[in-house]
Write a protein that binds this ligand. Structure first.
Ligand SMILES: *Cc1c(COP(=O)(O)O)cnc(C)c1O
Length: 340
């Protein structure tokens, strides 16, 4: 177990740019909570400050820091068409005076025209990112290989590209942003006010960073990951692997027990980016009971998962912190599902 100072020191060796508007607020979700019979609060990481915010700002502080340390002039990233990571990387690249090349993967079947032009795609274009499309959505290796080819082309032109690598074989730099997120929650003096933290689990950088950071500081609050992309067993293996990678990368001898890796996927949910009735209901209830915007891909699904866990008796009597990870720009690409 480390003190906050010791942990901060362990992270100091990783280059980082300062971008997050921190600390983000912790607020009550009194009416959604009351309706469900639950004591519910929200950590407002939708308000991290850069280009409409979200969890990728914390993660990109470290990627952009690493890119600058290598003398890069161009950021490369691959993601879903409506990726928040891609949009935020483009913004963070510009903020650091760099170019950005983005590869958008066909990960969601049967999408509307708005999905291809509005929301995050609109913002990618505003930031002047060079956009490539990639025909497959669930082949991480092929997408990474294609990105590497783009990087090779840029190098041949004399550019200095930096690839933001998100595959399980790449160092989990982004998770460091959420080790800092865990430190922030502890510094806010509220970590002990919650019996349960619930967060979306996608690449798992957020989930792993929070869990690893809390345990490194000796805080035992459970962290529940809601699957937004993969089945729970596959995701659990990914999280466990990434947690071990983090200990090795940071150089801290911390073993997070397997029992601490908790994942939930409601079997009624569709695949990545497919909004179920429960997710739509969660987006609407946050909006109409709290004036709080969630998104259809991550945070709506996460609140829906949280409420389902509660219905199944898993959160009875627990004080729950829902960690908002942003994503609202994608709402504008799902307008067809809400209007008309
Ligand atoms: C990327 C993203 C997530 C998932 O975070 P990971 O760190 O990839 O697990 C959750 N919510 C939003 C809004 C995101 O953009």
């Amino acid at each position: 177990m480390l003190s906050p100072d010791q942990l901060a020191k362990a992270l100091d060796v990783f280059p980082r740019v300062d971008a997050v508007h921190a600390p983000t607020a912790v607020e009550k979700m009194a009416r959604v909570g009351a309706q469900a019979g639950l004591e519910l609060s929200v950590k407002r990481d939708d308000c991290t400050g850069v280009a409409l915010g979200g969890n990728k700002v914390r993660q990109l502080e470290f990627y952009i820091g690493a890119a600058q340390a290598e003398g890069a002039d161009t950021i490369l990233i691959t993601g879903a068409i409506q990726s928040n990571f891609v949009r935020t990387a483009a913004a963070m690249a510009r903020r650091a005076g760099m170019d950005c090349h983005v590869q958008l993967e066909e990960r969601v079947p049967g999408v509307s025209d708005l999905y291809r032009t509005n929301g995050n795609v609109l913002l990618d274009h505003l930031f002047g990112a060079t956009v490539y499309s990639f025909p497959v959505g669930e082949d991480e290796e092929a997408a990474d290989a294609s990105l590497a080819e783009i990087a090779a082309g840029l190098k041949a032109q004399g550019k200095r590209p930096y690839i933001i690598g998100l595959a399980a074989s790449c160092p989990p730099l982004g998770a460091l942003g959420y080790v800092r997120g865990a430190m922030e929650l502890v510094a806010q003096g509220v970590a002990e006010d919650f019996d349960e933290i619930v967060v979306a689990s996608g690449s798992a950088s957020t989930h792993c960073g929070l869990l690893w950071g809390l345990r490194a500081l000796g805080v035992s609050t459970p962290v529940y990951g809601i699957c937004v992309r993969r089945a729970a067993d596959i995701q659990a293996a990914r999280v466990a692997g990434r947690l071990a990678d983090m200990s090795a990368m940071i150089g801290v001898d911390l073993v997070v027990p397997a029992a601490d890796v908790r994942l939930f996927l409601d079997e009624r949910e569709g695949g990545y980016g497919q909004m179920s009735a429960a997710t739509k209901a969660a987006v609407l209830s946050a909006a109409q009971l709290e004036g709080l915007l969630l998104d259809p891909v991550y945070t709506g699904k996460t609140l829906a998962g949280l409420l389902t866990l509660h219905e199944r008796g898993m959160l009875a009597g627990r004080r729950v912190l829902f960690w908002h990870t942003g994503g609202q720009p994608a709402l504008f690409s799902y307008a067809d599902a809400f209007v008309g």
